[in-house]
Design a protein around this ligand. Structure first.
Ligand code: PLP
Length: 478
């Protein structure tokens, strides 16, 4: 699309919205300005293409389409079939997956679909077979009661939260922790790396139904071949949540043992992080789980979002282009340059570096909590998020870490030199910030002191750094 066409499309859309509720149009415009002006280092965010964004804003949003392609509970779904089939085809081709289900509305939803597909396959189907009935409605009350107890009495082994796992991998505040009896595997305290022997030991002792691989805040590659061997050795289904690093798999930066798709029985992902698509989720699986996965709606999902599936099809088509592989490699090169820049200035990084898109700074070396560091950086125009580090003494709220990631800045075009300057800005803020005190003089985990002049100076540097790499250069709303 020409730059002129992009500007016209977004300007016209805002004009139409403004005629109904100008405050929404203003907020949309303001969001573009904010995103343009901030140094976005949130590891889970990105900037979707104008084509992806535009594919979401249309009448596909009005259509109900429960069911799957060619098998709908509603009439008139032929166009939804077209976009859902296209998105699934692009996903299968891109990841080399036998089956793709593109309906999940988010990563959490994709994980729920996967959990229930496995439970249906491994617990419900055998129970139906044993009772010699075709479906759950045909079970006696007693058999139904027994099945429900059995479904609620299964085990999951996943990565611990403070080692970088995700809340949806069986932790109590999330529904997954209420559904499953969960145990975690952590990382080696000395290296910060996954200790596969310890994972194998935990699997042998706990005998989970599902072994989960994948993470939100682990800065290294994971060997999925070894995890699959561990799962096989205890009869577990191996599931990988690649929400964070799907872009690196798509871009063939993670191949062989580090590509989860050939090794896992089932793979879930978000589409909006390093994959750079619309907000949403997706499930890839081996043929034996396909039917159960396709029952995601209405099993755990509401009606599919055809407008988002259209945008998934566009984004996945983009990810199949050769330049996406360059993009994915640059994400990792940038993360490594950022890590180098921080290390050379004396920062402590969990695992001492990175081989993916994210870097985890242990800010206790600066005598700050994650929360203090996050706020001080935000004051200085640098958007990050606080995150636990392994064995974090400050817990999940205050934390001792800052997670930074490069997918978004790489989309803007920033490279190694700018990563070094970014490292300098981060280091400057963190060395100049001091922990604050509560009113009674006790140390605070939230309050901090940072000279406002210094914060402004860093923010100006950040803006200068971004000026050379305009965000959405084709879009002019003025
Ligand atoms: N899985 C992982 C590994 C994640 O990091 C996240 C989000 O951060 C999710 C799942 C949930 O994704 P969503 O916010 O789209 O539900």
């Amino acid at each position: 699309m020409s730059r002129n066409a992009e500007s016209t499309a977004f300007r016209s859309a805002l004009e139409v919205i403004r005629a109904v509720e100008p405050r929404v149009a203003d907020a949309i415009g303001a969001e573009l300005t904010d995103q343009r002006e901030s140094l976005k280092l949130i590891a889970s965010e990105n900037y979707a293409s104008p084509a992806t964004l535009l594919a979401m804003g249309n009448w596909f949003s009005d259509k109900y389409a429960e069911g799957t392609v060619g098998r709908r509970f509603y009439a008139g779904c032929q166009n939804v079939d077209t976009v859902e089939a296209l998105a699934a085809e692009h996903a299968r081709e891109l990841f080399g997956a036998p089956h793709a289900y593109v309906q999940p509305h988010s990563g959490i939803d994709a994980n729920l679909v996967a959990f229930w597909a496995v439970l249906a396959d491994r617990v419900e189907s055998p129970a139906l077979k044993k009772a010699q009935v075709r479906q759950v409605n045909d079970l006696t009350e007693a058999d139904w009661f027994a099945l429900r107890r059995e479904l609620g009495n299964q085990r999951m082994l996943g990565m611990s939260l403070d080692a970088g796992g995700h809340l949806t991998h069986g932790f109590r505040p999330n529904i997954s922790g209420k559904m499953f009896d969960q145990r975690s595997y952590g990382t080696d305290p000395a290296t910060g790396l996954i200790d596969y022997d310890r994972v194998a030991e935990a699997a042998r002792e706990f005998k989970p139904l599902i072994l989960v691989g994948g993470y939100s805040a682990y800065p290294r590659k994971v060997n999925f071949r070894i995890l699959r061997e561990i799962a096989d050795s205890v009869g577990a289904t191996f599931m990988v949540d690649m929400a964070h690093f799907a872009g690196l798999v798509a871009g063939k930066v993670f191949t062989g043992d580090f590509d989860p798709v050939p090794h896992a029985h089932i793979v879930t992902t978000t589409t909006h992080k390093s994959l750079r698509g619309p907000r949403g989720g997706m499930v890839l699986c081996q043929p034996e789980l396909a039917d159960q996965v396709d029952r995601g709606c209405p099993m755990v999902l509401g009606g599919p979002l055809p407008h988002v599936m259209a945008a998934k099809a566009v984004a996945l088509a983009e990810a199949r282009r050769p330049d996406f592989a360059d993009y994915a490699q640059r994400i990792v090169d940038n993360a490594q340059a950022l890590a180098e820049g921080l290390l050379s200035r004396g920062a402590t990084l969990v695992t001492g570096g990175t081989d993916n898109h994210l870097v985890l700074i242990d800010v206790s070396g600066y005598e700050l909590t994650g929360r203090q560091a996050e706020q001080a950086l935000l004051d200085s125009g640098i958007v990050t998020n606080r995150n636990s580090v392994p064995q974090d003494p400050n817990g999940a709220w205050y934390t001792s870490g800052i997670r930074i990631g490069t997918p978004a800045l790489t989309t803007r075009g920033l490279g190694a030199a700018e990563m070094d300057q970014t490292a300098e800005l981060i280091h400057t803020v963190l060395t100049q910030t001091t922990a604050g005190a509560n009113a009674d003089g006790t140390p605070s985990k939230a309050k901090y002191n940072l000279d406002a002049g210094l914060a402004d100076k860093v923010a100006r540097h950040a803006t200068d750094l971004l000026a050379t790499y305009p965000l959405y250069p084709g879009i002019d709303l003025t």
